[in-house]
Design a protein around this ligand. Structure first.
Ligand code: PBG
Length: 340
């Protein structure tokens, strides 16, 4: 187009691009940062396994034997990861999840082993839920007609809390979405004179398809779904109610789960956490991990950048702590500066 005919465009007065010009400038003005100690590594340990078993739907994640769990935990601590969240897969399951609070149950054995290996070098956490231990795969015990019995489940959670705390768990991840679960666990601990063990409340946990790969990770027996106890993805305000309840019941930290599809929820809960003075976490769940790994394996996205971007987004929305299966990799990349 001849210059005379070109439309005139106004010269911008404000130029935000100035602060994006070089990596050093971008680093200087970055609002969202994280470090390895913000990250928690979820880990799976399976009874009677002789070799670690890779998970097809979560490349790079394994079901551990006790021995491989010890090595992986050591590696995570060395990398500077902030804590470990343990899930156990028992050899035997029954209707009430007996292995969950049995002192020789796999999760409790694993907790004792890591506690004796690591002492206070990390924060040991345990999933406090029955789904890995029940033969029907639900997070609670069932009534005669097959519904999940909220209040009967609380009794089981109280027993589980005592077993996990006695085995060395310092934070108990109440992930079952039963009403009153935080209060039940807190009361059980307090009555036993355990004033130190904390409750990590999965305050807002949604009935999500993104837990799919996790079901492989724990050899889940579940038929059906968890929609009568986990939250409906359509609801936002309910998360506020759940978070306030968890805090009122004595949760020491609260969590939102899943993370990436729920950043609005996370932002709401982060505000509540800030007002209450309670740390807020988010769980980047198995399906979030699998999506990135699968797309990257196909060459469709830049894996390393996508991983950092998702964790940054979760932090930006308000999570102080992020549970992620990439915790060790991220911590190691942080140490070498290989984050871009
Ligand atoms: C319940 C629990 C689940 C996850 C963590 N705790 C499964 C579920 O609620 O169905 C999912 C974690 C993930 O997908 O990474 N014990």
């Amino acid at each position: 187009m001849p210059a005379a005919e070109r439309p005139s465009v106004p010269t911008p007065i404000d130029r935000p691009r100035r602060l994006r010009r070089t990596p050093a400038l971008r680093r200087l003005v970055a609002q969202t940062r994280w470090q390895p100690s913000d990250l928690v590594l979820p880990m799976f340990v399976k009874q009677e396994l002789t070799e670690p078993a890779p998970l097809a739907s979560m490349p790079g994640v394994q079901q551990h034997t006790i021995d491989s769990l010890r090595r992986a935990a050591e590696q995570a601590v060395t990398a500077g990861v902030g804590g470990l969240m343990l899930f156990g897969i028992p050899a035997e399951r029954d209707a009430v999840g007996s292995q969950a609070d049995h002192s020789d149950g796999i999760l409790n054995v694993a907790l004792r082993t890591l506690k004796s290996d690591l002492g206070d070098a990390t924060v040991l956490m345990a999933d406090l839920c029955l789904d890995e231990f029940t033969d029907h795969g639900h997070c609670g015990v069932l009534t005669a007609d097959g519904a999940v019995d909220n209040d009967a489940t609380l009794v089981r959670y109280a027993d589980m809390a005592l077993a996990q705390a006695a085995s060395g768990a310092e934070l108990l991840g109440t992930s079952g979405m039963m009403d009153g679960q935080v209060a039940a666990v807190r009361a059980a601990l307090d009555d036993a004179g355990d004033l130190d063990t904390g409750v990590f409340g999965y305050a807002a946990k949604y009935a999500s398809a993104f837990y799919g790969p996790f079901r492989e990770a724990v050899d889940s027996a579940l038929q059906g779904d968890r929609r009568t106890y986990q939250q409906d993805p359509a609801n936002r305000a309910e998360a506020t109610r759940e978070a306030l309840l968890d805090i009122a019941e004595g949760a020491d930290l609260v969590m939102v789960k899943p993370a990436l599809g729920y950043l609005d929820i996370l932002s709401d809960v982060a505000e509540i956490g800030a007002q209450a003075g309670i740390p807020v976490a988010a769980y980047q769940v198995s399906g979030e991990y699998a999506m990135v790994e699968a797309a990257a394996a196909n060459g469709w996205i830049d894996r390393d950048r996508a991983i950092v971007e998702t964790v940054t987004a979760i932090r930006r929305a308000g999570a102080q702590i992020v549970l992620t299966y990439w915790a060790v990799e991220l911590a190691e990349r942080f140490a070498t500066g290989a984050l871009d």
